[in-house]
Design a protein. Structure first.
Length: 130
């Protein structure tokens, strides 16, 4: 069980105040705050309250998700800016299919010393046609 100063300290940490400002507000030293952060009960309460904020934020976003998707959809389809349309469309596709990469992964090792003559000839033909 945490005392009132530690509870207030956690509230101030979650509000983003500096440890110096918190120490002044609750009449303790910054070193005390650092020591409290090492305490299992204090750290557990801080983490519990952080998680509570995350869950609350996620619920707020989920409640308006259809509006957000409609907004991105409107930008993707109706924006006058090609870049905005492209970015919105890319975002929507990436959310569903995942981000594409330019890296090609092979499942079989390549023998760099014995490259087939067909591959070399194809490369030479390409460079000759430029």
């Amino acid at each position: 069980m945490l005392d009132e100063r530690k509870e207030r300290c956690i509230t101030y940490i979650l509000e983003g105040l500096t440890y110096t400002a918190i120490a002044d507000l609750i009449s303790c030293s910054r070193q005390s705050i650092y020591e409290w952060l090492k305490n299992d009960d204090f750290a557990a309460e801080l983490n519990r309250r952080r998680q509570e904020i995350v869950v609350s934020g996620n619920n707020m976003i989920l409640n308006k998700l259809s509006k957000y998707v409609d907004g991105v959809d409107a930008i993707a389809l109706d924006s006058e800016s090609d870049k905005s349309r492209f970015d919105a469309l890319t975002y929507m596709i990436d959310r569903v299919l995942g981000r594409t990469t330019t890296k090609v992964e092979t499942t079989t090792p390549v023998d760099k010393e014995n490259v087939g003559t067909d591959a070399l000839n194809a490369l030479m033909d390409k460079s000759d046609n430029k």
